[in-house]
Design a protein around this ligand. Structure first.
Ligand SMILES: Cc1cc2nc3c(=O)[nH]c(=O)nc-3n(C[C@H](O)[C@H](O)[C@H](O)COP(=O)(O)O)c2cc1C
Length: 247
């Protein structure tokens, strides 16, 4: 059986901040639940250069984004992952610009590469079926967490992936929390150490998100194996069938 590849993306430009902490808690839970079945990689936006899409049309000619920076490496990691966990700080009630730049260029370059316009033939935008989970923190309460989560869910949908959340009242749409007006980089770790109620609910949301993401990825893998003959003729399933059903 092939391993499930997990990519944890920390979208904060700060080193060892709150998002790195909650991403770490999620990946630890993933390891606990998945053991050797999972291969985990971590990507930090810290010190990375992620330029914005210029709408230059270059990707419609070549199938690739023509701006050279850290985008290419993250795209490669994203494409190979079965589960993508986004740990996103709320910025101005939404995604930080660096992450939005990545998402814009990812979507644009992939759509371009698979559009009939580019290859002159059929539409082949892959059904990636990656399991995508949002984790987010803001410094204040009710200050953009839900919108940030929705942006990641919308990104999952447009990329033909499967958004997932954890369980129960802690995690309606994704794991969101707040650092209770504390701006220090280790605020959420301290709150967790103090056993703070809303932080413990966040940790529970993160842990159930990890478990449900893993389970859904297993369902996708097994489902593809079971349906491979039926799906084989559909160009949009080629990418995932090659990934999960080839020897
Ligand atoms: C440019 C900027 C905008 C921010 N906007 C918001 C916001 O709209 N709502 C909020 O609750 N927190 C906001 N914050 C606070 C961060 O979301 C919060 O401090 C987060 O924990 C930072 O994660 P980090 O420690 O991993 O860098 C903002 C921070 C920055 C730097």
């Amino acid at each position: 059986m092939k391993k499930l590849k997990v990519l944890g993306i920390c979208a904060s430009p700060r080193s060892k901040g709150n998002m790195e902490y909650i991403l770490g808690r999620c990946l630890e839970a993933m390891r606990r639940n998945g053991g050797d079945e999972v291969e985990i990689k971590r990507y930090l936006f810290r010190a990375k250069k992620m330029n914005p899409c210029l709408d230059c049309g270059g990707c419609y000619l070549s199938g690739e984004c023509v701006i050279r920076d850290d985008f290419q490496r993250l795209k490669e990691l994203w494409l190979e992952a079965d589960i993508v966990i986004y740990a996103v700080p709320v910025y101005h009630l939404g995604l930080p610009g660096q992450l939005k730049c990545f998402i814009d260029r990812l979507g644009q370059s992939i759509c371009a590469a698979h559009s009939g316009e580019c290859n002159g033939k059929e539409e082949t935008m892959p059904k990636y079926l990656k399991v995508i989970a949002p984790l987010t923190l803001g410094v204040h309460q009710v200050s953009g967490q839900e919108q940030t989560i929705m942006q990641i869910i919308n990104h999952a949908l447009i990329m033909q992936c499967l958004p997932v959340s954890g369980d129960a009242w802690q995690c309606y749409t994704g794991a969101g929390g707040w650092t209770q007006n504390r701006e220090e980089k280790d605020a959420i770790e301290k709150l967790a150490g103090e056993g703070d109620f809303s932080t413990m609910a966040l940790i529970k949301a993160i842990e159930t998100t990890a478990l449900r993401a893993l389970q859904l990825a297993r369902v996708v893998r097994e489902g593809l194996i079971a349906c491979r003959e039926e799906l084989a003729g559909d160009a949009q399933y080629r990418f995932v069938l090659d990934k999960h059903c080839s020897d």
